[in-house]
Design a protein around this ligand. Sequence first.
Ligand SMILES: Nc1ncnc2c1ncn2[C@@H]1O[C@H](COP(=O)(O)OP(=O)(O)OP(=O)(O)O)[C@@H](O)[C@H]1O
Length: 392
Amino acid sequence: MIRFEQVTKRYADGTTAVDGLSFEVAEGELVTLVGPSGCGKTTTMKMVNRLIEPTEGRIFLDGDDISAIDPVQLRRRIGYVIQQVGLFPHKTVLENTATVPHLLGWKRQKGRARAAELLDLVGLDPSVYGDRYPEQLSGGQRQRVGVARALAADPPVLLMDEPFGAVDPVVREHLQNEFLKLQEQVRKTVLFVTHDIEEAVRLGDRIAVYGQGSIEQFDTPATVLGAPANAYVADFVGADRGLKRLSVTPVEESDLDRPPVVHLDDPLSTATERLRAEGARWAVVLDGDEHLHGWIAADDTRTGAKGTVRDHARRMEAWLPLGAPLKQAFATMLQHDAGWIAVIDEAGEGRFLGVLTPARLHEALRRSVGADGRSVPRAEVEVESVAGAAGI
Ligand SMILES: Nc1ncnc2c1ncn2[C@@H]1O[C@H](COP(=O)(O)OP(=O)(O)OP(=O)(O)O)[C@@H](O)[C@H]1O
């Protein structure tokens, strides 16, 4: 969708801001450009909508060389969100959001209807906020209007330059989460500039880590964190990169253990036999709909004990959906002081899939480094320590 071919930008004073840059962003992909101040991120971005012209090289948008497209036409295909937002102070939120449709000559009614739809999408009720002026909004709300405005004409591409940079960390995290949900719906091709590695990792399908005017590594967050291409990238992503990787590695079905499973209405003897046959100390207990109820310990199923599993089962609240990040798994384990947590298939109506243990969590983290088999030093993520805390 966006392709850079050997792009160099030298400013008039001789500063080389970017040097021989080549990369490609696929349609619907969100790529974060991250790096220290002055490394060329903004220059890269502004060359896409021709606010800055490259000195050498070519940039393609959907196969078209952008140097041959009229800049005004080009910018209609590209939404642009910046840190200072740049809302018109004398226009209402609704009018601000409808700016581009208005410029495109849409009928007033249609433009306002679209603007209202977009405000709703970014979590601002148009009937509450639509008639306010920018100064009557919080910083976070203004940023949302900026995003809504950029999306109003439904451009296939979004350029975002530190869009959440000016708000406090709590609001920032909130906006990031909202933006991710929004992106799931709208699937724009996004270039997102940030100097914050946490933000880059959280939002990016892939990350471009900038050195001085060039990209040192361009890969998925899990790979950049798990297998930094060189010492510069390792240093930039931080010594706690192992922990950061917990946020970007999802729980997969192959990570799960399959302990014995019994049902609430099974006779206790069934549980006894199954536990003995599998040499297990506990079994997962499901209800009649295959939903998680809890667990039963081998000690509770002594041979000869009467009744059903229901009479001895213990409740277990620690569960998470398949695909949740390992960080959530780890947090849930700690919160429940649990030696395992159940993983369920949310898409499959809450069907129980298996359990994640601290050891398996650690393996999953190692797996996420990639197929090149580079191992993660064990000292980086000490998940084994919670195994002993398990109540089971
Ligand atoms: N108009 C200009 N003339 C000369 N040099 C410039 C100009 N604009 C930017 N530069 C220089 O080009 C380099 C890259 O700047 P750029 O704004 O792309 O960096 P950045 O990575 O976005 O930085 P930041 O995170 O601080 O915004 C810097 O050294 C900067 O000083």
